[in-house]
Design a protein around this ligand. Structure first.
Ligand code: IDP
Ligand code: MG
Length: 145
């Protein structure tokens, strides 16, 4: 089924000019870009985005890290997009990520693992809404996220 998901380029990958590499990887693997923007998250926005991890040991560090620099938010669309994108980014720990995955290529550490991707269709809808309005998503007419 045609789905959309949200990929976010994390600060160190954006600073290291890996955004182009990541976009090429997405486009070369059938992920259609339907929305894209760069933004600097405030700690408050980062907290909202990662609220499901509140209370975890790594939460405060993650919030601090995610608000240190610019991120790129990319909304992509394809059949089975959410599961396919999770597979394509690879394991949370880049050292354990499979060859050819985004995290294997641009990840540095578990925290600086290059990218975020939505983990369910429901969270994809919320995360796309977090970054984009309808008029910023060109194929929003197909899916009312
Ligand atoms: P995911 O990004 O693969 O979905 P989650 O468990 O949802 O992984 O964690 C969200 C983010 O929090 C990870 O991408 C990573 O940057 C960071 N994180 C997760 N576990 C750890 C940890 O044990 N130490 C430091 N950072 C972590
Ligand atoms: Mg997650």
């Amino acid at each position: 089924m045609l789905e959309q998901s949200l990929l976010m380029v994390k600060p160190h990958a954006f600073t290291a000019k890996k955004t182009g590499t990541i976009i090429s990887m997405l486009e070369d693997n059938d992920f259609q870009i339907v929305g894209i923007k760069s933004i600097k998250l405030t700690p408050e926005l980062a907290r909202r985005f990662y609220f499901v991890h509140q209370g975890k040991e790594f939460f405060e560090r993650l919030i601090n890290y995610m608000s240190t620099g610019t991120v790129a938010a990319i909304c992509v669309e394809k059949d089975n997009c959410v599961a396919d994108l999770r597979k394509f980014i690879g394991a949370t720990d880049p050292a354990k990520a499979a060859e050819g995955t985004i995290r294997k290529i641009v990840g540095v550490t578990v925290e600086q693992n290059g990218v975020h991707a939505s983990d369910s269709v429901d969270n994809a809808r919320k995360e796309i809404r977090f970054f984009f309005s309808d008029i910023e998503l060109y194929s929003y007419r197909y899916l009312q996220y």
